[in-house]
Ligand binder design. Sequence first.
Ligand SMILES: Nc1ncnc2c1ncn2[C@@H]1O[C@H](COP(=O)(O)OP(=O)(O)OP(=O)(O)O)[C@@H](O)[C@H]1O
Length: 247
Amino acid sequence: MTPYSQLQATGIHKSFGRVQVLNGIDFNMDTDDAIGIVGPNGAGKSTLLSVLSGAQAPTSGQIALNDKDITQLPARERAKQGLVRTHQIPKPFSGISVFENVFVAAIHSATSNREAAYDIALESIKLCGMLHLANREADSIGLLDRKRLELARALATQPKLLFLDEIGGGLTDAEALQLVDTILTLRERGIGIVWIEHIVHILLRVAKTLICMDSGQIIAQGNPNDVMSNQQVMQAYMGGTDHALGA
Ligand SMILES: Nc1ncnc2c1ncn2[C@@H]1O[C@H](COP(=O)(O)OP(=O)(O)OP(=O)(O)O)[C@@H](O)[C@H]1O
């Protein structure tokens, strides 16, 4: 696998029955990107990540990774190609340790060699600042550490493009800031990040580009300050002020 990866999604539509959730999305990114996605509840943000990561198929549209069509490729195969998503609610395997959780992720996606998987798992745990918790049962750690574990598990799959779905959800601002440091460490390793988060001032510590979605469409994209002061973006949020954006 080359270290550089580029994702291109064109004309993405997604419907659940009669409900149209994504309505003609074009989305491009590569390993150099750190993209934040905001938008009111129900805008289609999580569904977009599901479609890009392969958890759900688009109703129509194309997705290409490094110029190869992956529209029909299942999530597991996309993960092997470096396209990985974390989940809003971390679900570690219970009854096993933090280290074993990360090791399982490494051996199922990055390598089938146990020694190599061990090294990858150890490095991922170190990078996520969890070495002191490596032998703890995954069930017994607090929410911030469960979020870090979710990042360590994702990292152990050796992603090139990582999708974070509200990984700061449920954390205090101070805790979310600690998580930001870990995410910035991943950025420094050349992993492209897409992060959906409601608290914009936390998100902007990582995101260099901001996308705002509403009703299944991208309504603004570009420099975060420009996007946040965009009239259409403010109107999409209740009250039409930037206060509603958590800025
Ligand atoms: N599997 C599904 N079946 C039916 N409707 C769905 C399904 N998944 C999502 N939806 C609907 O699609 C719309 C968009 O949901 P989605 O979770 O993508 O929005 P979101 O922008 O991530 O919202 P939030 O910020 O609240 O998480 C919502 O109206 C939701 O109810």
